[in-house]
Design a binder for this molecule. Structure first.
Ligand SMILES: Nc1nc2c(ncn2[C@@H]2O[C@H](COP(=O)(O)OP(=O)(O)OP(=O)(O)O)[C@@H](O)[C@H]2O)c(=O)[nH]1
Ligand SMILES: [Mg+2]
Length: 372
């Protein structure tokens, strides 16, 4: 086993040298203060394995030693990551505060890192937070007034995960369209023939609004139906909700071939990973997104993050169950302010001061490794 001693100005630099010379899997056996900074005793991981196999007759105790070493290695790496975080915070406190703001508000690390890397130099903390707010507002894609789907009309299918609010949102859109174009210009099509009660739910709205209602069990029937509805200014198609990885999501993409534009209906109350998965399945090639359940969402950061990264324009917001009242045109400043404010909520999921060094220290280590 070749054990080497490294002396460096600080722990982060020492760890970087250990990795450079002994590889990413190197095990740091001990650290202690040194007049020139810090002394690290380290060994390449492979050497350890060989030594353990050759020197330790009892394989059970050998594996215990390896296990113990690996535990120590984890502890030390966490500590070093903490040092790295401390150093990073001292060196660039404004950038670190910006990352903290984004993570706390539920934005993902990909967007947070991209924004932190573009933060102009020389800003103080307040100016950086103002810059962040402006950048987020500017980058949140909204459907422009000229592209308003109700004013322009067309054929739209509302797609998205189960229970995201597709049918309720469709009713809200239909009610508004009736106000603008009259009941005779609007048609509803039920393509949800999977869920019991789906057709009845749509039928209630069609009766209330006095608009025509049609049923299309499959894409072939929809292809026949659409020419019959050519005179309608707006045709709204209610689709069945699927889990994003359900093979039936193929039906959603069959709509494109019929010239039907997709509107993704997404609950902002879902966790980021679920939003991302749904966006990957329903969002590609979609015309717009409608975010629902804003009223049930203390932290809409993850949903906004997804729209920003996928460049999918937001057409409307839904913030309640009432038809048609709870549908609103989106306002980027309002949404971003809500998201940033959501980051200040004290929830059991918020990282507290002691968690940050570990979390962000690992981030700093990773960034440094990539840069090196
Ligand atoms: N709080 C709140 N509830 C909403 C909102 N939009 C819809 N809902 C409720 O969410 C539930 C599901 O709404 P639906 O419109 O049936 O959802 P869906 O996407 O059509 O559901 P499936 O067809 O089963 O996939 C209903 O109880 C709605 O009233 C909203 O913005 N806020
Ligand atoms: Mg539905």
């Amino acid at each position: 086993m070749s054990v080497q001693v490294f002396v460096a100005a600080n722990a982060r630099e020492g760890l970087a040298r250990v990795r450079r010379e002994l590889g990413d899997d190197a095990v740091v056996l001990s650290t202690r203060p040194h007049p020139q900074g810090v002394e690290l005793v380290a060994s390449a991981y492979g050497d350890l394995t060989v030594a353990a196999a050759g020197e330790v007759a009892d394989s059970a105790s050998g594996s215990r030693i390896l296990h113990e070493l690996s535990r120590l290695r984890g502890m030390l790496q966490n500590q070093l990551a903490g040092f790295a975080w401390g150093a990073g915070r001292r060196r660039d406190p404004v950038r670190v505060a910006l990352l903290q703001t984004l993570f706390a508000a539920g934005f993902g690390s990909a967007l947070a890192r991209t924004l932190a890397a573009r933060l102009p130099r020389g800003l103080d903390t307040d100016a950086a937070q103002r810059w962040l707010r402006q950048v987020l507002i500017r980058n949140l894609p909204l459907l422009g007034r000229d592209a308003d789907l109700l004013a322009r009309g067309g054929r739209y299918a509302l797609v998205g995960p189960t229970g995201s609010g597709k049918t309720t949102t469709l009713a809200k859109l239909a009610a508004r369209a009736v106000d603008v174009h009259g009941a005779g210009a609007v048609a509803l099509v039920g393509a949800d023939t999977y869920r019991i009660g789906a057709a009845a739910q749509l039928g209630v709205y069609a009766d209330l609004l006095d608009v025509s209602l049609h049923v299309a069990d499959d894409p072939a029937r929809l292809a026949q139906l659409l020419p019959e509805l050519a005179a309608k200014k707006l045709v709204l198609i209610d689709t069945a909700g699927f889990a994003p990885n359900d093979p039936r999501t193929r039906d959603v993409h069959a709509l494109d071939a019929l010239g039907v534009r997709r509107i993704v209906v997404m609950s902002a109350a879902q966790q980021g990973a679920a939003i991302e998965q749904a966006m990957a399945h329903f969002g590609q090639g979609a015309a717009a997104c409608i975010l629902t359940k804003l009223d049930e969402t203390p932290q809409p950061g993850a949903a906004l993050d997804s729209l920003i990264r996928h460049r999918l324009p937001l057409a409307y917001l839904s913030s309640g169950q009432r038809v048609p009242e709870d549908l609103h045109a989106p306002n980027a400043a309002y949404l971003i302010d809500r998201a940033l404010k959501g980051g200040q909520l004290a929830t059991p999921y918020a990282l507290d001061a002691e968690d940050w060094p570990l979390f962000a220290g690992v981030e700093a280590e990773r960034t440094e490794r990539r840069a090196g």
